[in-house]
Ligand binder design. Structure first.
Ligand SMILES: Nc1nc2c(c(=O)[nH]1)N[C@H]1C(S)=C(S)[C@@H](COP(=O)(O)OP(=O)(O)OC[C@H]3O[C@@H](n4cnc5c(=O)[nH]c(N)nc54)[C@H](O)[C@@H]3O)O[C@H]1N2
Ligand SMILES: Nc1nc2c(c(=O)[nH]1)N[C@H]1C(S)=C(S)[C@@H](COP(=O)(O)OP(=O)(O)OC[C@H]3O[C@@H](n4cnc5c(=O)[nH]c(N)nc54)[C@H](O)[C@@H]3O)O[C@H]1N2
Ligand SMILES: [Mo]
Length: 782
């Protein structure tokens, strides 16, 4: 073990706030924030890892799902990808003595940052029922405990099997196969909290829940609208694509309540101009929208498009496309005729002039891409808002032509692949039938629980065993207090993980931690070294090869863990030789080829240097596999988010130095925050109106009808140029404020971006360390 930073670094005692940075920049920042981790890793190992990242014979970056360009640079990674790799590849490991030293109760008092800094998990550990400590066990003992619990359940539906989107295609396919052979569709995943709204909206309207653009389309676009997304932090390599598009003549518009750094000015770390120059101004127009206002904005834009068509019939809409491929134009036109501009302005906080300007840009461009992420998907009306994105694009034929399309930007590096492989509580009948044909056992058809319903089932005592393939479910799901109480009521929790997090400290009566290889590591099995495959945000599938020796002997790969778990639980009940999959991942790929649409010849195709691109009806041939066989323009009732007087709408978002619940450091450089996370960003005019001050400590109460207020105490106010009436705080800490019942219509995704909150001066009894701050201007980037 190496020395840890001083204890103060785990608290907010040193919190420092300065003016927000303007430009997103690159690699030097890594060295800043990750100095302790790099010292651990050593410069040579770090270099070896970073040069193998996203290369054709290297491993896929595990940070986000942004695609790889055809012509890869020598260094094809970003600052935040580098952080993810360094965080995983640390040689610091948790010693056997750790478990006797720290009780589970004590671990539950530690922050995510502290837990992650303890290093890699390297041996299976078991907490027997009624005890407060984990202790090392053998792999066989661990699998026996898990299998015995599963076999003892009254029904397979008493177990749930969560997946986080970092699992490879091979691991995901094998996992869902095991779960369905066991007899349930209880396969909640992180996507339920992420892009589920996108899937719901796009499957209904376009017949596919995935991006309709390819990587190359970005540089062919004339207009790219980036809605509800912070690429400078969460998809940094996307900024390079935007910069290329801009150089090729595209306009870029961002729609966001916050002026996010990378979109205002971007310094490309991989060009000299970017490193030393002023950088490129990416956004031609910035619409500072209110939280939840996008649906109103999109309707207002479509209405303007239809008005332009009415003024010059035959010249604005893509009539040939609409006639051949779409349904619903008349209904949409009638519906939008009644749209009330005053209501739009109230919901969006924008001016008519700003909306006019964007409408003009839209009409002037023949090829338009709209991208979006959590700022759009995590709202009550998210599904309808995304259907309005589709409406706007369809009107002018912006689907299925070069340089145009609907482009949800995925989160986890393989979250899209996991869905393709069958990780979903409600996979379509065609997939389940194909699985049944391939393996010959009766595949369950009853729809399983998603993430939110999983918590509800736990609350009712219906789920007795909770398995997680990666992730940090109790850290990530809404309503922390309720979720944790529910999880503590279950009989057994099993986590397959690389590093310690809150889900290892909030457990069932009994608990297992099964440590696994990370994506950077060489995966040596009986038939030789194995590779895995992943799918990115634009449906490209390719191989990922681990490059460094495993951090410790005795670690199992995810595939091996699932294979042995399945063997211990099911034996040969299903005529499946589970253990053979561990020896040779091509055996899994052979089944993927037979079951998953578009994956014929899988093992060969993923061995090509560039992998292959999955078929995509709208993108490839303007084919729309909806219920009607047409792309659907839809009528959606506007229901603006209501903000009661004296209240704010709170969004929960990511800092620059975190990956979901993994906290790399306590800084958020572009927003001017240092050494602290307990902050709430509020517009200065709102502060004046509420009688509150910058730097003041407040308790934040979230209000939900019929329930006691949820509270997060002692947040430091940061006066910040967010949209009026809106506030922001960091996820996962602020999940205590998100009510479990606050979910998006139809997708059931937690509403993490518009929570009604009340701010009150912090109660005096609260002893949270919040330092005085000096608001000194600071350098923008590195
Ligand atoms: N470094 C890093 N990379 C990541 C992640 C990470 O944590 N760290 N997480 C990964 C994952 S799983 C995901 S899903 C993605 C998340 O990527 P993002 O969606 O970019 O993540 P958030 O931090 O939630 O940012 C939401 C953005 O939407 C804006 N926003 C919020 N509400 C609204 C709204 O109502 N309307 C509009 N127009 N904008 C709004 C916010 O101001 C913010 O800029 O990133 C992935 N990549
Ligand atoms: N309030 C609020 N809540 C949110 C969000 C929000 O914006 N606001 N965002 C939501 C979104 S978009 C998402 S995707 C979810 C994320 O939810 P999750 O995917 O469940 O959470 P992560 O923090 O990404 O999981 C991190 C853990 O994964 C494990 N891990 C890392 N690499 C590997 C690996 O290779 N194999 C295995 N087996 N384990 C590994 C490590 O133990 C690490 O601690 O959170 C959601 N929750
Ligand atoms: Mo996500």
């Amino acid at each position: 073990m190496t020395p840890k930073p001083p204890v103060d670094d785990f608290t907010d005692a040193l919190l420092h706030v300065a003016s927000p940075g303007e430009a997103a920049a690159g690699i030097p920042g890594v060295l800043h924030s990750m100095a302790p981790a790099i010292a651990d890793l050593g410069p040579m190992r770090t270099l070896k890892l970073l040069t193998a990242m996203n290369q054709k014979d290297g491993f896929d970056c595990m940070s986000c799902a942004w695609p790889d360009p055809d012509h890869r640079k020598k260094l094809e990674f970003c600052e935040n990808g580098a952080k993810a790799v360094i965080w995983e590849a640390t040689p610091v490991t948790i010693p056997s003595t750790f478990w006797a030293k720290h009780s589970v109760r004590e671990l539950a008092e530690k922050s995510e940052y502290w837990l992650g800094l303890q290093g890699r998990l390297v041996e299976p550990v078991y907490k027997p029922a009624g005890e407060d400590h984990y202790r090392p066990v053998t792999w066989d003992e661990a699998f026996a405990v898990a299998a015995e619990t599963l076999r003892g359940l009254d029904s397979p539906d008493e177990a749930a099997f969560y997946t986080s989107g970092r699992a490879s295609n091979e691991a995901a396919f094998l996992y869902q196969l095991f779960v369905r052979a066991f007899g349930t569709n209880n396969l909640p995943d992180c996507s339920n909290m992420c892009h589920e709204s996108t899937g719901s909206a796009m499957v209904e309207t376009l017949g596919i829940g995935k991006s309709t653009v390819a990587y190359d389309d970005f540089e062919k676009a004339e207009l790219i609208i980036v809605m509800g997304q912070n690429p400078g932090t969460n998809h940094p390599r996307m900024l390079t694509a935007l910069e290329d598009a801009k150089r090729a003549g595209a306009d870029i518009v961002t729609v966001n309540p916050l002026p996010e750094a990378g979109l205002q000015r971007y310094k490309n770390p991989q060009t000299v101009r970017g490193t030393i120059g002023k950088g490129t101004t990416l956004a031609d127009q910035f619409l500072q929208i209110r939280l939840g206002g996008d649906m109103a904005l999109l309707q207002a834009l479509s209405k303007r498009v239809l008005a332009a068509e009415a003024a010059a019939p035959g010249t604005v809409l893509d009539h040939a496309f609409l006639a051949e491929h779409c349904l619903g134009l008349e209904e949409l036109t009638t519906h939008l005729a009644d749209l009330d501009e005053a209501e739009v302005l109230e919901a969006t906080g924008l001016t008519s002039t700003a909306i006019d300007e964007l409408a003009e840009r839209y009409l002037a461009a023949d090829r338009v891409i709209i991208t979006w992420a959590m700022g759009v998907t995590q709202h009550k009306k998210a599904v309808d808002a995304i259907k309005e994105i589709v409406n706007l694009l369809l009107l002018r034929g912006n689907i299925g032509k070069p340089g145009a399309g609907a482009s949800p930007i995925r989160g986890h590096s393989n979250v899209q692949g996991d869905r393709t492989m069958g990780i979903w509580e409600k996979m379509p009948e065609s997939f389940l039938a194909a699985l049944e044909r391939e393996f010959g056992f009766p595949v369950p058809r009853k729809v399983g629980v998603d993430s939110v319903d999983g918590i509800r089932a736990l609350q009712r005592g219906e789920i007795k065993a909770w398995f997680s393939l990666g992730g940090n479910f109790v850290g990530a799901i809404s309503d922390t207090a309720a979720a944790e109480a529910a999880m503590r009521g279950t009989e057994l929790t099993v986590q397959i993980s690389t590093k310690l997090n809150r889900s290892h400290a909030v457990t069932g009566d009994a608990a297992l931690i099964l440590p696994t290889l990370g994506r950077t590591e060489i995966d040596l099995q009986r038939t030789g070294s194995q590779f895995v495959t992943v799918e990115d945000s634009v449906c490209a599938v390719h191989a990922s090869h681990g490059r460094i020796p495993p951090v410790a002997p005795g670690l199992l790969s995810e595939v091996a863990i699932i294979a042995r778990l399945a063997d211990a639980t099911l034996g040969d009940d299903h005529g499946i030789d589970w253990l053979s999959f561990e020896d040779d991942y091509d055996l899994i790929r052979a089944h993927i080829a037979n079951v998953v649409p578009g994956c014929e010849g899988y093992a060969e195709k993923v061995r090509r240097r560039d992998g292959f691109v999955l078929p995509n009806g709208p993108r490839d041939e303007r084919r729309f596999d909806t219920a009607t066989g047409k792309a659907m323009l839809t009528v959606n009732e506007l229901e603006p988010v209501v903000r009661p007087p004296g209240r704010l709408l709170l969004q929960t978002l990511r800092s620059h130095d975190q990956f979901n619940t993994t906290i790399y450091s306590l800084n958020d450089r572009y927003r001017g925050i240092k050494k602290g996370r307990r902050v709430i960003f509020v517009n200065p005019d709102d502060l004046a109106e509420l009688g509150l001050d910058d730097a003041q400590a407040v308790d934040v109460f979230s209000e939900w009808p019929g329930q006691p207020d949820r509270v997060m105490r002692a947040l430091r106010i940061v006066a910040y140029p967010t949209a009026r009436g809106c506030a922001a705080a960091y996820f996962p800490e602020a999940n205590v404020l998100v009510p479990l019942d606050a979910t998006a219509e139809r997708s059931n995704t937690p509403v993490s971006k518009a929570i009604v909150v009340r701010l009150e001066p912090a109660a005096e009894s609260v002893q949270e360390p919040i330092a005085e701050t000096t608001a000194a201007p600071r350098a923008a980037a590195d």
